[in-house]
Design a protein around this ligand. Structure first.
Ligand SMILES: Nc1ncnc2c1ncn2[C@@H]1O[C@H](COP(=O)(O)OP(=O)(O)OP(=O)(O)O)[C@@H](O)[C@H]1O
Length: 270
């Protein structure tokens, strides 16, 4: 049961205008697992998350979430489906005029008819899960970066989602907070039986906590495997990523005309 598929990505194609971003990506994400999506800048990782949530539609192929093909759902069905998904973006984007408690309670108040006494217990339970029950009365400005990220995490699990998608959850954190957030993602996934998808450039941190890694390159899944498999991979592209080498199959430079041509100011002085 725990290995049942929650998200299936099948022959996924997507373009922004005439620019093809995904060209036939295939992935299987089982329930209860933590999955990392890695790839060069602009390779389409965030776009993939948007396709999973139904924010944009594929040109060919599909995303199936909890046995439903996302892009075929009508507005109401999509709304229902999104309630089963939590999203955590880089800076957490807490409501600055609401306390920690009210930030976590927000979705419960918006989307359920639960009595306030039950919301209170649930909020405290979620804050306890991220170690911040004692910070319930603080305002977002009073939080450190790592604490804000944890409140955002508590908020994203407020409605007990089946899936949480994290876009760069580690960016800008000090090493201790980074490892706290990594371990929390793992622990919450296990404790709540969710599936977590992490888009990240923090290779070493994510390899410690994920079950499986997909690498996107040229619009397809160029490599995949368990952390052990990808760490030992001899595929040059994967090797470059895992070992943080600046240049390799993924070029350091964005494609450009010859440098000399850019620097040649002769035409301006002719
Ligand atoms: N709304 C949009 N309209 C047009 N092009 C877009 C749009 N959003 C993203 N793109 C382009 O699509 C490509 C993929 O973007 P995406 O954000 O999915 O990449 P990414 O892998 O998440 O990148 P990064 O790691 O740098 O965040 C990029 O080249 C980007 O410029």
């Amino acid at each position: 049961m725990t290995h049942e598929t929650l998200v299936e990505v099948k022959n996924l194609n997507f373009s922004y205008g005439s620019r093809a971003i995904l060209k036939g990506a295939n992935m299987t994400m089982p329930r209860g697992k933590v999955i990392a999506i890695m790839g060069g800048s602009g390779s389409g990782k965030t776009t993939l998350l948007r396709l999973i949530s139904g924010a944009v539609k594929p040109t060919v192929g599909y995303v199936k979430f909890d046995n439903q093909i996302v892009h075929t759902l009508n507005r109401n069905a999509l709304f229902e489906l999104r309630r089963k998904m939590g999203m955590l973006f880089q800076f957490g984007a807490l409501f600055t005029d609401l306390s920690v408690f009210d930030n976590v309670a927000f979705q419960m108040r918006e989307h359920t008819n639960l009595p306030e006494s039950m919301i209170r217990d649930l909020v405290l339970m979620k804050l306890n899960a991220v170690g911040l029950r004692g910070a319930q009365h603080l305002m977002p400005v009073e939080l450190s970066g790592g604490m804000a990220r944890r409140v955002a995490l508590a908020r994203s699990i407020a409605l007990d989602p089946m899936l949480i998608m994290y876009d760069e959850p580690f960016t800008g954190l000090d090493p201790i907070s980074l490892s706290v957030i990594g371990n929390l993602i793992r622990r919450l996934t296990d404790a709540l039986g969710m599936t977590s998808i992490i888009v990240t450039h923090d290779v070493q941190e994510s390899l410690k906590i994920v079950d499986y890694v997909y690498f996107i390159a040229d619009g397809v899944i160029a490599a995949e495997g368990t952390p052990k498999e990808v760490s030992e991979s001899v595929i040059p592209f994967v090797h470059q990523f895992i070992h943080g080498e600046e240049d390799g199959p993924v070029p350091f430079h964005y494609p450009a005309q010859a440098y000399k041509k850019d620097l040649d100011l002769g035409e301006y002085f002719a």
